[in-house]
Design a binder for this molecule. Structure first.
Ligand code: GRG
Length: 298
């Protein structure tokens, strides 16, 4: 696939995700309208839509076809957005720009931003459960709701963020940093791909391989995030650079240096591709998407 073809497909698939999101976002009405506006503002602010895309492509790779995956595609983007809203709060990273727009707390106030994050987090579960209306396999939907909760919660993303916040400004070992990255960033990508595989009826061996691939993608993705925080372009990223330095954070780059970090992103992504290549079926777009994450500028 040429890079032009990849860009074309990427645009088309991003548009598909946007359409699905539109279908599942809550209506801005009722006395609680403000929090609904704040939640929708944050989701609609843009973003690469990587998690729903990875979910859908994994679903397709393993033979899944149908609308049953769509509620979960919307749900994972809602959870991801809720984490970004909270991550930007003054009590966390204290950032004012996200996805090229004022952060939710800058636009709607600290109180509404906390509530919008909470609202999206639990509305995601309500949304995922809507897959029951489209599937012949309600047991798979139950499994996916459980994956969604576990990978988001205290043994997943929130657990990772807890250690990240607690250790900010302190020296970290590679083991501690790996723990934070595996949970804070990796867990949600694992949820995305595991849900895609589960809804497609993957076997337990396939699920293990998919989880491993997603874990590699999560690690490579977070290291690239660290690299972009040092040498990225604020305009392309849609958020401030040098945020880690500002918050005195130990990152993969501060521990290993820029060059080693770049080499490792490539090597870890290659491991993810090996995992994907060992599965039945082929999905060229998914493979190209994983390759593109190594060179991403945003
Ligand atoms: C309320 C659910 C909830 C969570 C609170 C704040 C928090 C716990 C967790 C933060 C997790 C976090 C922000 C991890 C960083 C992951 C990461 C690299 C995000 C950037 O993702 P992109 O680049 O963003 O996919 P776009 O904007 O493209 O969607």
């Amino acid at each position: 696939m040429t890079s032009e073809e990849l860009m074309e497909q990427l645009k088309q698939k991003t548009d598909e995700v946007e359409q699905i999101l539109k279908e599942y976002l809550p209506a801005e009405e009722g006395l609680q309208k403000t929090v609904l506006e704040a939640a929708n503002y944050s989701v609609n602010a843009g973003g690469k839509r990587l998690r729903p895309m990875l979910m859908n492509e994994t679903y397709r790779l393993l033979g899944g076809r149908g609308k049953e995956i769509e509620p979960f595609m919307a749900a994972i983007e809602m959870i991801h957005t809720s984490s970004l809203i909270h991550d930007d709060l003054p009590c966390m990273d204290n950032d004012e720009l996200r996805r090229g727009q004022p952060t939710t707390w800058k636009k709607y106030g600290y109180d509404m931003a906390v509530l919008a994050g909470d609202a999206l987090l639990i509305y995601a579960v309500e949304t995922g459960a809507k897959a029951l209306a489209y599937t012949k396999y309600p047991d798979r939907v139950c499994k996916c709701l459980s994956i969604l909760a576990a990978k988001t919660g205290i043994y997943g993303m929130i657990g990772g963020q807890t250690v990240d916040v607690e250790m900010t400004g302190r020296e970290l070992s590679r083991e501690q940093l790996d723990f934070i990255y595996r949970l804070k960033t990796g867990a949600l990508l694992e949820a995305a791909m595991l849900i895609g595989a589960t809804m497609a009826g993957a076997s337990s061996i396939e699920l293990t391989i998919v989880e491993q691939a997603a874990s590699y993608i999560g690690l490579a993705f977070q290291i690239q995030d660290d690299i972009l925080d040092v040498e990225g372009d604020e305009k392309k990223l849609g958020k401030p650079v040098k945020s880690d330095e500002k918050n005195s954070k130990t990152t993969y780059v501060t521990l290993e240096g820029l060059n080693k970090a770049k080499e490792d992103v490539e090597e870890i992504s290659a491991r993810a591709l090996d995992c994907i290549g060992s599965l039945r079926g082929k999905n060229e777009f998914l493979e190209e998407l994983i390759r593109a994450l190594v060179t991403r500028k945003k």
